[in-house]
Design a protein around this ligand. Structure first.
Ligand code: TMP
Ligand code: ZN
Length: 413
């Protein structure tokens, strides 16, 4: 395994402790966004163990395997604009940032700006928004829309060049980025270069509390190196001279937190931050015992889904999936569900349509395939958008189609 594409984690990426305990093993899976072109279906695919460790010192939950970032992120098929709820989510974030921290004319830098979905909303509010995005295909889409995007990994070096061109950033945004970064120390040094003296770092991460509570084991895949509770996140940012001063709970991606941090002593901590930290510690969120319970619930979730799908197949029902999500790669692989069970997966992302799912090689069709093919049951692989998807597919439902929600225990909606 110790080859050019991946390395084994030897010590905690926040505190360097070597006390890392295995808390969950999801087997070996392909890379979550490595969708396969049909003409390459016979070629071997990369697979790596999907093992979750917890640091005994700072309690950070992290994967045992670190896949090289250029393998994962140089071309990237996940585009935020393909999911209407995310577009609305980023519209609200742009409004909040513009109102609280970034007056018209201020410079906001977004790390991992994807196809520019947030940049566009910030620009519409008169903010000078600049993206730094490692995926060449996504940076090109954003630039073609007139949204300035530097096609780079965020580093002290790129931060220095952005600083020279744009001046200090009033806000640096990083949404669903921190969990992807192996060398978090380098990320913090880059932030230190770019952030204005009273600047704000605003970061969204999927929240460990939601992952455990709702048994969202499929959100575990190789791109997500770290699974954050607030306490380790605070420890991390403090190691880079940043103090968290506010936090919001968000419904996106199965439950996330957005933290706001600034240079030490520059912003007063909010009441809701104090409450969130107390709540987390009272709930024992990072206690190791929590994972024993979680692992049991993950197995139960797998069994329930396999049982339901096999009953439906046994009764001669036609099945498909909805949402060729990254997390579907974990779910399908861990549950042993493939093309024998799901005839296709419908997805709104043009970049994914016509490709095959990693490992399982289920064809990905456009969204309207659901109505055209009308499978009897459709497994919701993008369960985080269940409400929006049900609303958007009223005709499928009216024609007798049904959705199956896989989490935490499979059920027909
Ligand atoms: P995500 O859960 O990681 O955001 O991925 C969502 C995937 O589901 C993405 O490929 C887009 C797709 N999708 C649809 O196909 N239809 C929809 O209505 C929504 C919201 C997402
Ligand atoms: Zn640690």
């Amino acid at each position: 395994m110790e080859d050019a594409t991946a390395r084994q984690l030897e010590s905690c990426r926040i505190c360097a402790s070597r006390d890392l305990a295995l808390v969950l093993d999801l087997g070996s899976t392909p890379l979550a966004n490595a969708f396969v072109a049909p003409e390459r279906a016979a070629e071997p695919e990369l697979r790596f163990p999907l093992e979750v460790l917890q640091c005994g010192r700072c309690r950070l939950v992290q994967l045992s395997v670190v896949v090289r970032p250029d393998v994962l992120f140089r071309t990237y098929l996940y585009s935020s604009s393909a999911s209407a709820p995310m577009v609305e989510h980023f519209d609200r974030l742009a409004a909040e940032l513009a109102q609280r921290f970034a007056l018209p004319g201020a410079c906001v830098v977004e790390v991992g700006s994807n196809d520019g979905v947030l940049l566009a909303r910030l620009a519409a509010r008169g903010v000078r928004a600049v993206g730094v995005e490692p995926a060449a295909n996504l940076a090109a889409i954003a630039n073609a829309r007139g949204l300035e995007t530097w096609n780079e990994f965020f580093s002290a070096d790129s931060a220095r060049r952005v600083l020279a061109a744009k001046g200090p950033a009033a806000v640096v945004v990083a949404n669903n980025v921190l969990a992807h970064i192996d060398d978090l120390g380098a990320m913090l040094r880059a932030l230190d270069v770019l952030l204005a003296r009273d600047g704000v770092f605003a970061a969204e991460v999927p929240y460990l509390g939601d992952l455990l509570e709702h048994v969202e084991y499929d959100t575990i895949y190789h791109e997500h190196l770290s699974y954050f509770a607030l306490a380790p996140l605070r420890t991390l940012l403090a190691s880079g001279g940043l103090e968290v001063f506010d936090v919001e709970r968000l419904p996106v991606h199965g439950g996330s937190v957005r933290v706001f941090a600034g240079r030490a002593g520059r912003h007063a901590g909010t009441e809701r931050l104090a409450r969130a930290l107390e709540g987390e510690s009272a709930a024992g969120l990072t206690d190791r015992g929590r994972f024993v319970d979680f692992a049991t619930r993950v197995q139960a979730s797998r069994e329930a889904l396999r049982r339901l799908l096999s009953e439906l197949r046994g009764a001669g029902r036609r099945l498909a999936g909805y949402g060729a999500t990254a997390k579907s790669t974990t779910l399908l692989s861990f549950c042993g569900i493939g093309a024998e069970t799901l005839a296709f997966i419908a997805d709104t992302t043009p970049l994914k349509q016509g490709l095959l799912t990693p490992g399982t090689h289920i064809p990905i069709l456009p969204d309207d395939a659901l109505l055209a093919e009308r499978p009897d049951y459709t497994l919701l692989l993008a369960w985080n958008y269940a409400d929006a998807i049900m609303r958007g597919h009223a005709s499928y439902l009216a024609a007798g189609g049904r959705f199956v929600h896989p989490m935490p225990l499979a059920r027909i909606l």
